[in-house]
Design a protein around this ligand. Sequence first.
Ligand code: ADP
Ligand code: MG
Length: 450
Amino acid sequence: MDLKGLWQAVLGELEISISRANFATWFKHTAIVSSVDGHVVIAVPNIFTKEWLEKKYHRDITTALEKVSNGKVAVEYKIGEAAVVTMETPAVEAAPEQMPARAAAVEPAAGSLNAKYTFDNYVVGSSNELAYAACQAVAKHPGSKYNPLFLYGGVGLGKTHLMQAVGNEICRGDSSKRVEYVTSEGFTNEFLSSLARKRTDTFAGKYRKIDVLIVDDIQFLANKERTVEEFFHTFNTLHQANKQIIISSDKPPQAIAGLEERLKSRFASGMMADISAPDLETRSAILQRKAQVQGQILPPEVVDFLARTFSSNIRELEGALIKLLAHCELYNVEPTLVVAKTLLGGLNGRGSRPRSLTAKLVLERVAAYFDLRVIDLTGAKRDREIVTPRQIAMYLMRQELDLSYPKIAATVGGRDHTTAIHSVNKIERQLERDEHLRSEMASLKERIYA
Ligand code: ADP
Ligand code: MG
């Protein structure tokens, strides 16, 4: 990763903890200008910013840098030219690999869209090819073919990326098209505040005038009656006028609890496509692609290690890569397998999740997930409905907690350690072939950390 990429990653961290206004004020026109052995120099536009960063944000910046690079750093601020990198530069990510002729496509996208999400940088595999094809068709013929388009799948599997790619593609083809991307929370907040200000007609007017409406994570509309009602009308108006509607959710329409039937059947009336967890090959391709965008080529064994370690969530996979590249940039080392393992080995896709997980909790949550009791898992029964959950529990103890095989075997009812080895291996192999198990594992992981 180059210095720009590194600073982007740090800004990404900081953005979460600092208010929007402050972030925009103090981090505009800042950049890392050099980084040698953990000594990082940040360029700032003026003395005022320098003092402010030193006084107010020094600790945050240092922490974020250390988090991103996984090592100690000493930070210094210098007044100087830094116009190249600012925080609103999605183009930085895509720029290095764009052909000059295509550069125009990387311009900041219209309003609510993020230009970094394109079809170009979306890797297609068996887990997402249907969704991808549907999105492409919609981008080519908005409003006519698949309407609404409903995408569903687990966290971090590329739903937002694909929907935004559709929006970006449509805007690129015809800049007069009004494309609105909104999360269901955004929609809710906007609606409620228009209600409070008695400006619902303005709100309705805005939403009913657009050409393409993209609503992300619709499951969060569940149980919000008034917003759902408003959304329902918006939906109908747009749909009747042959305007394109694209919706995403973590589950298929019928499985969203707390959403009225008439809306679910509307969603199901168009095209539905699911995105499942990608297989090893796709994960490797994604990694190579992302590394390439950063101007890096990773050794195959490093790609393989990362792709195997982070298997159920592409966001985590990407996070691991960013961490690795940032570390290598800061300490001037090559991204070898040893470096990758030292840095990320113990993480196993845990990312920044809390570490309060215990073997007991794994047993409890796995049992609950499969509608079993803990004593079923630790007991002697060998029915199929019990054996697989038991093996999954062992796999999770290994993967998420790094427990030794004897310890795992002991936890699951005092079994032999070879049983634990066999179980973990079996689940690992099965995960490679079995899409259903992969998505089940992803939701299980969400639950055990919930
Ligand atoms: P979701 O909305 O399903 O939770 P996102 O669209 O936010 O997931 O994807 C998480 C991250 O993974 C994003 O940075 C996205 O660019 C990346 N990503 C997901 N799928 C792919 C893919 N097939 N190719 C390239 N990047 C991907
Ligand atoms: Mg999303």
